[in-house]
Design a protein around this ligand. Structure first.
Ligand code: EPZ
Length: 426
């Protein structure tokens, strides 16, 4: 068990480099199965979810090792397509391993991932898309058994622009004979990064970042199509880590500068921080934020698929709104159970009303530090941010949930002047 212990009241200052994106690294790690030779990934974040994905790849026979800043992968020894059950349950997003396993082996077996703390997380769009490529799918005893030795390209229209389903279909379709067109595809930057990686492997994938992605696949693809030698790729910066740090400065007050950021990827977050009264500027890979006075109310935040306001930033802005000068509203359109941090914020003195997926938050002058419990990754980050602004000491329990998405979150905040430390108990 781990806890973060935060003493509130200290404004943030300084400069920090944004780490590589978890949600870009995970599908790219899965896509390493589509390489014939060695791959070197740079800026892959050292997170629990990444280590879990590496454990899954090793179980499938892929050689994985950290060499300084680089993560080296060699899929040439990959020899299995049955995902280890415990690990793939622990990392539910491993469901997008189905695509690359089908592309490499023509078969894939994984555990039904089930829900998690933020929702029941269905995978119908993944399975329907794969079935449209000609994959035969059986579900039995909690397992998903896929056979796709003769996949054929086709037009797939996603009912919802699912990030994972888009990624799964992209990776399977490279070995489907002919063209696959994904309509209503997710437009997240992480999809563009996956496309960039697949193109380095020699695959013809275009359109990522738009709603229409085209993949020209072939059964014949193999070593002959791929560049010789080690293929290297740098993972894009994590826009949610960047947004979380900007929000931390808005909550705690002060001025910070982010390096290795992509301002365009956090445009919706920056717009809402300006509405809250912060001053932001951006140039190249640098974003600067200044926030001194008490945040102003934010009339409405609606979480939406990219480029709308990201659901992964909802909890952090919930915290910001609890201390804003006025009444704010948040609507969580993406996941059905993503307000668990609210109950903990109430214990810190926050005031809000919830009706289904809508929260009306009446800002208070000050939160009070106390013992709170993280229920999910982004909720844990939000409670830590609340501790920065609270009077006295806040202890955030279950901090290992935060480790899933932030490399040393306490270290990041401490480097910006926060009074925060981690306490690990057995
Ligand atoms: C990705 O999850 C991210 N995870 C999530 O980040 C992020 O919150 C989410 O995209 C939305 O941006 C990774 O990239 C590893 P979805 P994913 O499929 O792919 C419904 C974090 O904190 N849906 O776009 O699972 C689903 O129920 C995590 O870093 C179906 O109905 O998200 C949800 O309501 C949390 N059927 C909506 O779509 C399906 O087959 C969005 O899900 C798939 C999804």
């Amino acid at each position: 068990m781990a806890s973060l212990i935060v003493t509130g009241g200290r404004p943030l200052s300084g400069t920090i480099r944004v780490s590589g994106a978890k949600n870009a690294a995970l599908p790219i790690l899965a896509a390493s199965l589509l390489a014939e030779g060695a791959v070197a990934l740079y800026d892959c974040p050292r997170l629990r979810d990444v280590e879990n994905m590496l454990a899954i790849l090793r179980a499938l026979g892929v050689c994985c090792s950290w060499e300084g800043e680089a993560l080296l992968l060699d899929p040439s020894t990959a020899n299995a397509y049955v995902m280890p059950q415990g690990l793939s349950k622990e990392l539910r997003s491993s469901i997008f391993m189905l695509g690359p396993l089908l592309a490499r082996f023509g078969h894939a077996v994984c555990t039904f991932p089930g829900g998690c703390e933020i929702g029941h997380r269905p995978i119908d769009l993944h399975l329907r898309g794969l079935a449209m490529l000609g994959v035969e799918i059986r579900e039995e005893h909690g397992l998903i058994l896929c056979e796709g030795r003769s996949m054929t390209g086709t037009d797939i229209h996603l009912d919802y622009p699912s990030v994972g389903a888009t990624e799964n279909i992209m990776m399977a379709a490279v070995r489907a004979e002919g063209e696959t067109v994904i309509q209503n595809a997710a437009r997240e930057p992480e999809i563009e990064d996956l496309q960039a990686f697949l193109r380095k492997l020699g695959y013809a994938v275009t359109g990522a970042g738009s709603s229409t992605i085209r993949i020209c696949g072939s059964h014949a693809l193999g070593a002959g199509e791929q560049p010789v030698g080690c293929i290297s790729h740098r993972v894009i910066p994590d826009r949610i880590v960047a947004g979380t740090l900007l929000c931390a400065a808005a909550v705690a007050g002060g001025e910070i500068t982010l390096k290795n950021a992509v301002p365009a990827h956090v445009a919706s977050v920056m717009a809402k921080l300006r509405e809250a009264g912060c001053t932001l500027s951006a140039e190249g890979d640098t974003i600067h934020i200044a926030s001194c006075a008490r945040p102003r109310e934010i009339k409405l935040i609606e979480t939406l698929p990219y480029p709308g306001f990201p659901t992964d930033m909802q909890a952090q802005f919930f915290t910001l709104c609890t201390i804003a000068n006025g009444t704010s509203m948040i609507v969580e359109n993406v996941f059905e159970n993503r307000f668990k941090h609210g109950a903990e914020l109430l214990r810190m003195g926050a005031s809000f009303t919830q009706k289904d997926r809508t929260i009306v938050i009446r800002g208070v002058e000050r939160l009070m530090g106390t013992r709170v419990v993280a229920r999910d990754l982004r909720g844990g980050a939000a409670l830590t941010l609340a501790g920065l602004a609270a009077e006295g000491e806040t202890i955030v329990e279950n901090a290992e949930l935060i480790d899933r998405g932030y490399e040393c979150f306490d270290g990041m905040l401490a480097s910006l002047g926060a009074e925060i430390r981690r306490k690990d108990t057995e």
